[in-house]
Design a protein around this ligand. Structure first.
Ligand code: MEZ
Length: 540
């Protein structure tokens, strides 16, 4: 239920609906887009980022919150750890229990490796399960991987690494079939063909969905498959440091048991980082759609062993985060609402941006509406937002469409007595995705021998702005590729003796740069937890 003041604003929106149903807001020109982004996209707010003082990206800019962690000190005292006592010994260690980590574990096992998947929370506690609208793959007669490639490059501002985009779009149809073979129930048309919708920046209908809980469905089958194959999984066991061997190869990790606070040593011939994103660092004070454990741990672990990061100064602010009610501030209102026809409307009842521009553009348009034009709707908590006119969907596509296509959205708002089939949704941009990450090649290799990365913790695939449905695609494409490549790499490796020498080198480098007082990292859990004391006790 909306308070009276907001209902008055809704009345204005309803008064313009009939006219708006006949209106398509024009697309912006490239010059208009550039100027909008420069003035209103949070990536361009200079105070949000700073230069890194140490490490492989010294001199590059990163969000301040992340920069502190990248420059941070290890929890581990290298002189106090007995590396002669090995607790787990495997071919491939996978760090991360979302879609990328699970895919990597399955492919590593299929390629003959013994595996251990370790995850900070539970298997499946990951951004994967929050992905709603779908997964892109060009598998229709009017589409092709080449068109998907052009859409993806355009969405990323042509900054994307071409070889990564090429494998992303070429592997996509196979990934859809693979997931179906594992049990994903894709939405289908009555004739059995895929039910596919478009999204912002996509020129074709290629979003494969399970209603508006696609990622949850995808993770369901992966989790089942891991269990069915009896792969080894350790939950509540984040990695706090990587291990190298005497040949300079990555050769395992040190894990922290979150229940007992004990450390353990894993020796592995190859390590795959699949730790996901970093929305829980709340860059520039934004709320986030991200799951509780999204604190950028893989970036920190990789950086300390010398892996190069790419595009760390660019984040995705999903245009439609919940702005009301306050209890679910920042949670995702899926892009599928706009895909199905809902317009974005200001407090005057006017459209101000085409709802299917790319996310960076739509988010900037909403911020401009609130900040500069003062045409946003301000709640009693002082939160500004604009209306997403969801009831239009049933008017355009027939009554029952919202209930059928967006059951999770309907349920999310019914909890607060808001019926989105009859009332619009108040939205404002929310921190959603880390566009950049660890630099990889097409096999997921990072350039550090023995270290691979997959999913949101890697970067380069999406340039400076990811398109809808390309993240759930990325996790499967690069998870599978990294799993296979790591297993193959492991076959040729004879591990040398384990070493934590890189921590000594890191300590020297940070001391020389005057950065020894940086906090210990990786962060592991958001700083609104009581976990602080546990972490502090590890370094004292
Ligand atoms: O790709 C995504 O981020 C996605 C599918 C989100 C959404 O709006 O549903």
């Amino acid at each position: 239920m909306y308070p009276t003041e907001m209902e008055k604003s809704i009345a204005k929106l309803e008064a313009t609906r009939e006219r708006r149903l006949k209106e398509t807001f024009p697309r912006l020109s490239l010059d208009e887009i550039e100027s909008l982004l420069e003035r209103f996209h949070p990536d361009f707010w200079a105070e949000g980022t700073r230069q890194l003082g140490v490490g492989p990206n010294k001199g590059d800019r990163a969000p301040k919150e992340l920069a502190d962690l990248l420059e941070g000190k290890s929890y581990i005292d290298p002189d106090q750890i007995d590396l002669g006592k090995i607790d787990y010994d495997v071919d491939v260690l996978i760090i991360g229990g979302g879609g990328a980590g699970a895919s990597a574990a399955l492919l590593a096992q299929e390629n003959g490796a013994s595996t251990l998947l370790v995850t900070k929370l539970r298997l499946g506690d990951a951004n994967t399960v929050g992905a709603q609208a779908g997964t892109q793959a060009a598998d229709r007669p009017d589409d092709s991987p080449a068109i998907h490639y052009l859409d993806t490059m355009g969405g990323g501002g042509f900054h994307n690494i071409p070889e990564l985009v090429e494998v992303l779009v070429k592997d996509a149809p196979l990934v859809i079939r693979w997931l179906e073979s594992l049990g994903v129930n894709w939405d289908k048309e009555p004739d059995g063909s895929m039910h596919e919708l478009p999204g912002g920046g996509t020129s074709r209908n290629r979003m494969h969905a399970a209603r508006d809980y696609t990622g949850l469905e995808e993770m369901r089958v992966l989790r089942d498959e891991i269990r069915n194959r009896e792969l080894n999984v350790l939950e509540f066991s984040p990695a706090v440091e990587l291990l190298l061997d005497s040949n300079g190869r990555v050769a395992g990790a040190i894990l922290l048991d979150l229940e007992t606070n004990e450390l353990s040593v894993v020796r592995a011939k190859a390590v795959i980082l699949a730790t996901g994103g970093s929305g829980r660092l709340h860059y520039q004070g934004f709320p986030t759609t991200n799951h509780y454990g999204a604190t950028g741990d893989g970036l920190v672990l990789a950086y300390r062993v010398g892996a190069k990061l790419i595009f760390m100064d660019t984040m995705q602010y999903h245009p439609t985060g919940v702005a009301y009610p306050q209890q679910i501030l920042g949670q995702l209102v899926t892009e599928k609402v706009r895909t199905l026809g809902a317009q974005l409307v200001n407090t005057e009842g006017e459209q101000f941006i085409n709802p299917l521009e790319t996310r960076d553009v739509v988010a900037s348009g909403i911020i401009r509406e609130c900040q500069e034009r003062q045409k946003g709707v301000v709640t009693s908590n002082g939160q500004c937002g604009v209306w997403l006119d969801s009831p239009m969907i049933d008017i355009i596509r027939g009554r029952g469409t919202i209930a059928r296509e967006l059951p999770a959205m309907v349920r999310q708002f019914t909890r607060f007595d808001i019926d989105i089939t009859r009332k619009p949704i108040l939205v404002y941009p929310t921190l959603h995705y880390q566009n950049g990450g660890i630099r990889i090649d097409a096999s997921g290799a990072t350039g550090i021998p023995g270290l691979f990365a997959a999913g949101e913790c890697e970067g380069g695939v999406h340039g400076r702005n990811r398109l809808i449905g390309n993240s759930t695609l990325d996790i499967f494409v690069f998870g599978r590729r990294a799993g296979k490549a790591a297993a193959q790499w492991g076959k040729g490796v004879k591990p040398g003796s384990l070493s934590l020498e890189h921590i000594h080198r890191w300590q020297e480098e940070t001391a020389r740069a005057g950065l020894s007082s940086r906090p210990a990292s990786p962060r592991l859990l958001p700083d609104y937890t009581r976990h602080e004391q546990t972490l502090a006790s590890l370094t004292t």
